[in-house]
Design a protein around this ligand. Structure first.
Ligand SMILES: [Fe+2]
Ligand SMILES: [Fe+2]
Length: 131
């Protein structure tokens, strides 16, 4: 069972962002799957590294899109991206000192909870009429 199941209600109608959201779901599911099968440090670190890189790249693309659209919620939305990326960066750095499947599982659930909430609120504002 994957941790996250994609639903069409997450679609924004902006192709590049929708593609990346689905890709992020895949990355989170891979972290979760490798963790569930108690994969070794290198394998899990690889998945976590990929998730972190894609998350950072996605935030950059989305912020660019918002600037182009002159989205009025840009500052608050970017601040939320920055805050969450800091949280993930801190968590990933912590695993370098202490590798613990239970903690990584906790992080996967945390990212799952955040991304579902974020796409349906902050990201949804990108396409709502009148913002
Ligand atoms: Fe966002
Ligand atoms: Fe997004």
């Amino acid at each position: 069972m994957p941790l996250l199941n994609w639903k069409d209600e997450y679609l924004l109608g902006i192709e590049a962002l929708d593609f990346e959201h689905q890709d992020l779901f895949d990355c989170i599911n891979q972290v979760y799957a490798q963790c569930s099968r108690k994969a070794d440090y290198d394998t899990v670190a690889d998945c976590l590294g990929r998730l972190h890189t894609r998350l950072a790249a996605h935030f950059a693309l989305e912020e660019n899109t918002m600037r182009e659209m002159k989205n009025p919620h840009y500052a608050a939305h970017k601040a939320e991206h920055d805050r969450f990326l800091d949280e993930v960066t801190g968590a990933v750095a912590a695993f370098e000192g202490e590798f613990d499947h239970a903690q990584i599982d906790k992080l996967a659930h945390r990212v799952q909870e955040w991304i579902e909430g974020h796409i349906t609120t902050f990201d949804r504002q990108l396409v709502e009429r009148g913002h």
